[in-house]
Design a protein around this ligand. Sequence first.
Ligand SMILES: C[S@@+](CC[C@H](N)C(=O)[O-])C[C@H]1O[C@@H](n2cnc3c(N)ncnc32)[C@H](O)[C@@H]1O
Length: 243
Amino acid sequence: MEVAEYARIAAVEDDHWWYKNTRALARDLLSAHLTRDQLFLDAGCGPGGNGAWLAEHGVVVGADISLDAVRFVQARWPDTLPVQASVSALPFAGGTFDVVLAITVLTCVPDDTSAIRELARLVRPDGVLLLIEPAFDGLRRAHDVTVHSLRRYRRRSLADLTRAAGLRVERATYAYSFLAPAAAVLHVAERRKLAEPPGDKGSDTERRRLDGVFAPLGRVERRWLARHNLPVGTSAVVVATKT
Ligand SMILES: C[S@@+](CC[C@H](N)C(=O)[O-])C[C@H]1O[C@@H](n2cnc3c(N)ncnc32)[C@H](O)[C@@H]1O
């Protein structure tokens, strides 16, 4: 990820509607699995805000390949244990974690098959893996270049990867359906930036004008997702367990 993006995420992740909604969605999806004194891995944690709330339920390890990310975690989240490591080779014994979480991470890893196998290895029996990754190539935009996203998934491709790693897929859906039209417009509007050499192309974290519209839509969608899947959205979501 471009270095500037760690600071941009750290600056907004407490109150930006997308980050708040993503944490609320993760809480909803994990609610059946959350108890007390559990061990959590926030894989590819970035500045750490999307996983830090899990400290209410135990101990959170935040692992990221970037030293910048680790420094933000140290500065901002004293209850998260930071580890600088690749999600493809994490320094933990198999079955260590009750819950492993990866939000917008596999998309950045060249060999996502190996990475997801590594994440699956770390889930304890009866534990759970939650993946929230960018969806649909046609929704790729400048933000993807900034975060070094290599691909966007379909829910089926993410579920297939997860199954191939030995986990049982409990849920595969899309989220952020209401963002898809805007993302499709940006895909066209920002096509030049997509064709340019890599670099800092700006970030969705800087777009705040529609927060007042998107935040309530996020709440409505979460109510829908509590019972049903969605056929489209800017994120692909998988919840999987280890038997
Ligand atoms: C788009 S950010 C998402 C950060 C965080 N999960 C969140 O939801 O805010 C992607 C993160 O994945 C990290 N990352 C990329 N490749 C990685 C790898 N192989 N191992 C560990 N972390 C990686 C980046 O450094 C970056 O912090």
